[in-house]
Design a protein around this ligand. Sequence first.
Ligand code: GAP
Length: 457
Amino acid sequence: MTQTEDKTLLSTEDTPLVPIEKIVSLCKRRGYVYPNSEIYGGVSGIYDFGPLGVELRNNIRRYWWWSMVQLNDNVVGIEGNIITHPRVWEASGHVENFVDRLVDCKNCKRRFRVDHLPAENLEQNKCPVCGGELTEPRTFNLMMETYIGVVEGERMKTYLRGEACQNIYLDYDNVQKSSRMQIPFGICQIGKAFRNEVTPGNFLFRQREFEQWDLQFFVHPSEMQKWFDFWKEYRFEWYKGIINHKDRLRFRAHAPDELAHYAKQAFDIEYRSFIGWQEWEGIHWRQDWDLSRHSQFSGQDLSYTDPETKERYIPWIVETSGGVDRTFLYLLLDAYEEEPPSGKDKEGRTVLHLHPWLAPVKVAVLPLQRNKEELVSTAKSIHNRLKRLMVADYDDVASIGRRYRRQDEIGTPFCVTVDFKTLEDQTVTIRERDGMTQIRLAINELPGYLLEKVMWR
Ligand code: GAP
């Protein structure tokens, strides 16, 4: 299995951590993310994605799918439904165990998750903000309820899935048989999950509706450690390949008292941002918890028979589970930079150093002047050609410097400028976002040049 070839990004020196307000403001101003139902006052922990946001999300998802499913011969994909039989969530342990313990401050009325409280506040029963007395912990289940059916009394209560991966266990047997996969093999999925988070916040970091990507890798128990180590490294390298600040990535092992009910061991891949070191993706040693529980609750035998040795066993599972939204947020935080004025740019600029593979717009085509018909028509014809191959912008409003800055701020890696020399020799200027370097290239060579830069491989 190979993942990717060299994916060296620009090397940036460590810069100060970006305050979240800058990202929230850029996201709204430039069409990445909007508060959901904003005209009604919004809903906490729920967001919508704008024109640039949806492009970035699609690129993030496609790149994950490409590296997990397409590159690995022993991994296949599914797309399961959000709503399942309610027994699924009893078997999974979520009805019983998927809970947060909360305390309220009797004085300032703030609410805290017990597992997020500093140890001394917990011991002294003291609010970390105002020092007021805290209430006794109360337990809340995070599952979102819904109902199937229309007739009162006959409606069946079920749940919007609290973790997307449950579909993979439900479909495990069908996938194994229909695609003739032999253990070890994996099943991937990207899909929405819903949690009634009691303390949503930090923008996209903790939402109530979000999207997860999962690999569930089924192994013989004797090979669990080997595959756990393999996928742990694979996923770490994956994240390292798409960020600039490599030193902001690390592993953290879960202490026994913070392990989820399904995990015997877990490591988080963490990223350092305005909220400190926090989880980006979880690597979980789920062992036989899921298939054993679903066998027990459904009455279906989910064991596997080795075709050669005829040994029969419940496969053990390595899980790698991350979030599209958290990746979206961390990529923006990692990519954002306010550059002071310099020799190359007298006014200074805001840049998103997004990897060209993931940037929502790959290229912008800019005629030097909008009142010169030949410049405009040549630029439009280049744009028409490029937009069939990649997401391409056309912009002829304002000075060329301002147009470059607009593209820098949304992370467009290349700008193509059509100028008077173009009309003489059919060449254009290509300006690269990060170094602001410029080269000249024949129009006919443009598509090949750009594809080489923006397509992952
Ligand atoms: N199936 C395992 C599982 O769900 P998790 O650590 O609870 O594990 C996996 O979630 C990933 O989903 C996290 O690493 C994070 O990226 C994302 N995630 C979890 N809760 C989230 C939330 N409330 N908002 C946004 N992303 C979330």
